[in-house]
Every structure is written in structure tokens, then in C-alpha cells.
Design a protein around this ligand. Sequence first.
Ligand SMILES: [Zn+2]
Length: 397
Amino acid sequence: MSASAFPLLATGALRQAQGVVSLSHHAGRRRSLLLTAMATVAFVATVSAFVLFEERWPDGTVTMQLQLGTSGRLTDGSASWGESAESALAAWNQSISRVQFRVVRDSPAPRGDGNGVNNVFFSNDVYGMAFDTGVLAVTTDWVRRTTRIEADVIFNSAGTWDSYTGALRRGTQDFHRVALHEFGHVLGLDHPDEHGQTVTAIMNSRTSDLDHLADDDIAGAQALYPASGGGSTSGGAGTVSFPPRNESLDFRTQLDTKYRVGLGRRPAATYVDNEGDIVWTQEYLRYRVNRCTHQQAVDRVMSQIDGGAAMGVCGAAAAGQVQFPPRNEPLDFRNQLEVKYRDGLRRSTTSTSVDNEGAVVWTQEYLRYRVNGCGHAVAVQNVFVQIDGRAAPAVCR
Ligand SMILES: [Zn+2]
């Protein structure tokens, strides 16, 4: 259940959003219970960022029955609540492909809790239960085993609503950003700020001046519904392309934080800074998956470090899943890289919380996901799941 409460408490003159969410998981088909204050969170996967429920929709379309009634023209130009809601659904659709929202405008579908129809409407209660004080909207969650089968979104008609962009306006709720938030619950996202995370996100439990999906929201949706192929990499027969360096470097930076904060590792001296570590390890692996031997790959990278041009790869990878070398070989490369930076480039030391073996192993894992159909955010998440001691998620194709 995601009693996705998205409440508002009056605090003096300024009304400030404050979140309350509760989760209870039961076997079989069930509906969420609306609980306040106490968050009973079970089976919620907390990774480096966003938080996901375990349940998701099957691939395909999720049809939302928009039954929000009429409005005058709203401040952001929307002709109706329904139009604002459609815009919010379209924003989520742009971030994922495996599941897509569809809408029925001004739907006459019967409203019901547990009727298999996804109703979206205003009401002054939640199927007979009062809204908790200050709650703006609620998303229900019906699941069968781990598959979501119904989600109704109920906006509190007691609020004063408009649809607008920019900073929150005193006394008037922005329907659009609350809709973005609730539809995120429909997809299966939870509140990052209630799971120890400090991120910029629409999915945080409090409304804020943020009026659009943030990177963390999108990464969460993509983790729930990973692309089944494509992305910035190519696989199969032919030369294997690697991700752009800024993404690999972002991974390497997050890995350092994960080791330092998540695993409590102390920084240690290294001659190879994070950027050099990721760039040259990636380059070494690029040669390896494209048919170069260990020695050929080492020689080519060292030549590049000395200022030589990047050389051609040694052949085309076989069709199918891209294979990586045994871990002892990239580790040997990484140890040679350390010597190269110290003696060849005469670099002074910097520090990293990730030992050479961890750096090589997890960089290779990150790249393995990337060249096998996973996007950046999904690849990072899949690596961190493993660092947390869980089984390696499958690649994305
Ligand atoms: Zn919420």
C-alpha cells in the first residue's frame, strides 16, 4: 500500500507540506491501509537514491480514468484539472518506455476501491475514511502477489487548488506537482526523504518549490521499469560501444561515496585519481571486450597515457551478451596503472575510499550492465545492490 499521504500541516501562516506514508505488506491480494505517522516499511529497496516499492505494473499500459470535474482556466494555462493531470502523466511517460500511462478523459467509469479501475478524482474522503489532517491526496495500492493491479488517486477536495509553476503559493496548492507525486506512487515510487535520503525530488514527502520531475525521480522510474534494450550503448555483433565518460565518472564518484559512507571505508592514498582510474580502466576493458588480449590492451592504454592516439580495437565482439575478462586481469592492469602514474607520470598521491580491487571489480560490473542494455541509473543501482550483498540483478537484455 502506499498510503501516499502528501499532507499539509498548518504551521503559522505558512502551510508547509509534510509527508506521512505507511506501508504494510500482506500476502495475496490486499488493499493498503491508511495509517498515519508510523511508517511500517517492509521490503522497500533503498539504494543510493530513490526508493521503490517491491510491486510494479506488468509491461504495457496503465489506464487512468480521469474524473476530476470541471475548472476554469488554470494559472498555468491548463483548461481543466484533467489536462493538468494528463500533462503530469505525460512527464512520467517520457522517462520510461516499458510501462506507459494512458488516460480516459472525463471518464464515466464507476468509482470503487478494489474494482480494478484506476480512478483519479477529487473527494472529501477516501472511500468513507476521512483524510488525515492536512493530507492533500492519497494513492491506493492494490496488488496481487507483487503485481500492481489497481491504483486510485484521490485529491482532497477540501484544499484550495490551482495548477501553476514555480514557487509554492501561500494557501493554494499546485495540483500539477501533487499529481506528479501521486502518479509516481502509482508507478511504485516511495518517499526518498523518509528513507534517510536528502535528494531533490518530486517524490519527497513534502511539497516544495520544485515543480517538475527531478533526475532522482526519473532514475527511480527507470529502475522500476528498465529499458529492455537500446540506450547509449550497442551490443551484439560488432564493436562494443562504451558509455560516455561523464557517466562512467559519475559512477566512479558515487562508488567512492558508497565505500566511504555506506561501507565506512577509510580513504587511502593512490597515485591514480578517480578520473584516471575510470577513464583508463574503461579504456582497458573496451579493448578487452573487442578481442584484444590482456597484454595488447595494457600496451595500448599505456601508449595512450604517454600521449599516443587511441588505437583501433582488435576485432568485433561475438553476437549476444558482451563478455568481460576474468577479474584478475583488469586488477593486474589496475596495479600497473598505479605504477605508471607514480613512476611514469610522477604524480603525487591523492586519496580514494575504494581499493584497487573494488574499483576494478565494480567498474567492470557497471560497464557490463551498460554494454548489455542498461542505462546509467540502472547500472549504478545494480552494482550497489551487489555491494550491499545481494544477488547480481540480470542485465537489461
Ligand atoms: Zn507521497
